[in-house]
Design a protein around this ligand. Structure first.
Ligand code: ELE
Length: 213
């Protein structure tokens, strides 16, 4: 089990958290290897598809250098499946206290989504130091995050939703931004087509951009 502070450090070092949707568990290992080749050692596999748990298990088994999180965890059942599959951290789009409590009881670091002061304060009640800021662009983007850092200087954010090569480096200049979540380098069509070379190339570009932030 990896401690919450270590997870935070790994994500902070990567600066970029790819949000992955896998239709087929068979794509999990090639995808993880493509991300590694491009320079990323962390991934969030979302429970948007039934293949998620099996995909996480395969990545954990065959690509041990990858830190694998479970995303879009909405139910206790998904949380249990994620834990059983070996997910090393949990991400949720919103703040569900029951899921936060269950993850913490299971010793699973969790990064819940918030997009307002109420959410940040809820996260603080649970001792959390990092939240996802979702959906980042529609909710107010960089100015909104900067406004939140006034009353909550200790909170770190992982903006996700609408992050692209055009704005990644800007987000990463904000000190409160730990890393950005994004999906453009793991586009569903590229995965479907088995175009892992392009995924590596886009990842490499994204990592280079992130270094500028
Ligand atoms: O389901 C979740 O938990 C999410 O994080 C929602 C989206 O997958 C991300 O917001 C990625 O958004 P884009 O980078 O704009 O494609």
């Amino acid at each position: 089990m990896v401690a919450a502070t270590d997870i935070q450090a790994r994500i902070a070092a990567a600066r970029l958290l790819p949000v992955v949707v896998l239709e087929r568990a068979d794509d999990a290992v090639p995808l993880a290897k493509a991300l590694l080749k491009g320079g990323l050692t962390v991934a969030e596999v979302t429970f948007r598809t039934p293949a998620a748990a099996e995909a996480i298990a395969r990545m954990r088994k065959d690509v041990p250098d990858m830190l694998v999180g479970a995303g879009t965890v909405l139910t206790q059942e998904q949380l249990a499946d994620a834990g059983a599959a070996g997910a090393q951290f949990i991400v949720t789009p919103g703040f569900n206290p029951a899921i936060v409590e269950a993850a913490q009881s299971a010793g699973l670091p969790i990064i819940p989504g918030v997009n307002n002061p109420t959410g940040v304060e809820q996260a603080m009640v649970y001792g959390l130091e990092t939240v996802k800021f979702f959906p980042a662009e529609p909710t107010g983007g960089i100015p909104f995050i900067k406004a939140l850092t006034g009353p909550y200087p200790g909170m770190r954010f992982v903006p996700t939703g609408g992050i692209s090569p055009a704005n990644l480096a800007f987000y990463l200049t904000v000190p409160a931004v730990l890393a950005c979540g994004g999906s453009w380098m793991v586009d569903a069509k590229l995965i479907r087509d088995g175009n892992f070379e392009e995924i590596s190339r886009l990842t490499e570009d994204a990592v280079a951009l992130a270094r500028k932030g």
